[in-house]
Design a protein around this ligand. Structure first.
Ligand SMILES: Cc1ncc(COP(=O)(O)O)c(C=O)c1O
Length: 383
């Protein structure tokens, strides 16, 4: 189906931060499957985990425990502020589950409250409910009428959340920083103010860390940088470095599902969980998040230097290896095309902005290469 705007390239192989197309052309990959290949392409620890698990046990239903699922759940709980985990297959599915959990909490603890406050500019996935949750008209408009129960309010405004809170509200759901919406960073105290408000009102704070989690922003989870703890957190994307897995994590007090209230045939699939365990273990043991912080800062500095050279660059922003470069006009599409021609994959996150989200193991040498290509491309665009 013609649902996704595709680039005219067929990729056949990947290694580290590089991919190759069917004609043998090499590309430096600063998209990483939309922030998915956290350890790069075909990292040996992930490949080995997949092979070994595929030779042992590929799938069971969730009625049974499996070793990879238990190991990944333990690792997530040991390294986060959350206590319980439910596995699924994608980010949208994790967020749907988180909203269902919040509604169960509303029924049990908040007199039937069911509404979830989300932010304008947010992105929570492509299912109908998550389209309603995502505060972006371009995703919503083609599908109206949308499921009810979501209120989209201005991002980075505690006043907007306070004003939208009613007796129907069961949760606030936010990305710590918005990825798909353009790499939008909130004020440093925003999440702390939202946390305090949720505590005061007795409602849940759900943090969607599907894009920001697992080291992407320079700490294992972005919430650590804002001094808050969510009641519920969702993960997917980089969790298994390329294998499809999603997770809902919750504090004990918010973990209110009872048997039969939620489920998933493939959720917690042993092969995906083995890849997730190998990825998470490598990230934790090798402090890959610190590499993302350090190399991300290096990338930001390099982009800022380009900003001094090219007047049409208006802003560089981001945390860790989630970074945006904004222009004063809608040239991002042509920059992406020109970079592709020069062997660099970057993402157009808005008509006037690029997003960089390379593998978390990327080195400064590869960042230099990317900056050189970008410099060359941007020079052509002005002349
Ligand atoms: C913050 C956030 N939440 C949810 C999603 C949806 O994830 P998936 O595409 O795996 O359903 C995305 C995807 O870009 C995302 O960035």
């Amino acid at each position: 189906m013609n649902a996704v705007e595709r680039l005219p390239v067929t990729l056949v192989r990947g290694q580290g931060a590089r991919v190759w197309d069917e004609d043998g052309r090499e590309y430096l990959d600063f998209v990483a499957g939309w922030a998915v290949n956290s350890l790069g392409h075909c990292h040996p620890v992930v490949v080995t985990a997949i092979i070994e698990q595929a030779q042992t046990l590929i799938q069971t239903s969730n009625q049974f425990y499996t070793i990879p699922q238990i190991r990944l759940a333990e690792l997530l709980v040991q390294n986060s502020c959350l206590d319980k985990v439910f596995f699924c297959n994608s980010g949208a599915e994790a967020n749907e589950g988180a909203v269902k959990l919040a509604r169960r909490y509303g029924k049990r603890c908040l007199d039937g409250a069911y509404e979830v406050i989300t932010a304008l500019g947010s992105f929570h996935g492509r299912t109908l409910a998550m389209v309603a949750a995502s505060g972006q008209l371009k995703f919503q408009k083609p599908y109206v009428p949308l499921p009810t129960g979501f209120v989209n309010v201005e991002y980075n405004s505690i006043g907007a959340i306070e004003a939208a809170t009613t007796s129907r509200t069961c949760a606030v759901m936010l990305e710590p920083l918005q990825g798909e919406g353009g790499v939008n960073l909130p004020d440093d105290n925003y999440l702390a103010l939202v946390r305090a408000w949720c505590d005061q009102m007795g409602i849940l704070l759900i943090l969607d860390e599907i894009q920001t989690g697992v080291g992407r922003t320079g700490t294992l989870f972005a919430y650590e940088q804002y001094g808050v703890e969510p009641d519920v957190m969702t993960l997917a994307k980089g969790l298994a470095s390329g294998m499809p897995v999603g997770a809902i994590l919750a504090k004990d007090r918010a973990s209110v599902f009872t048997p039969g209230e939620h489920g998933s045939t493939f959720g917690g699939n042993p092969v995906a969980c083995a890849a997730g365990y190998a990825t998470m273990k490598f990230i934790v043991d090798n402090d890959v998040a610190e590499n993302a912080r350090r190399v991300g800062q290096y990338l930001i500095s390099g982009l800022e230097r380009l900003g001094q050279k090219f007047q049409f660059i208006t802003e560089v922003r981001g945390r860790g290896l989630l970074v945006a470069l904004e222009f004063n006009s809608d040239i991002a599409g042509s920059v992406v095309g020109a970079c592709l021609g020069q062997g660099l994959l970057v993402n157009r996150v808005k008509p006037n902005a690029l997003r960089f989200m390379p593998p978390l193991i990327v080195g400064k040498g590869e960042v230099d290469e990317a900056l050189d290509i970008l410099d060359k491309v941007l020079s052509t665009i002005v002349s």
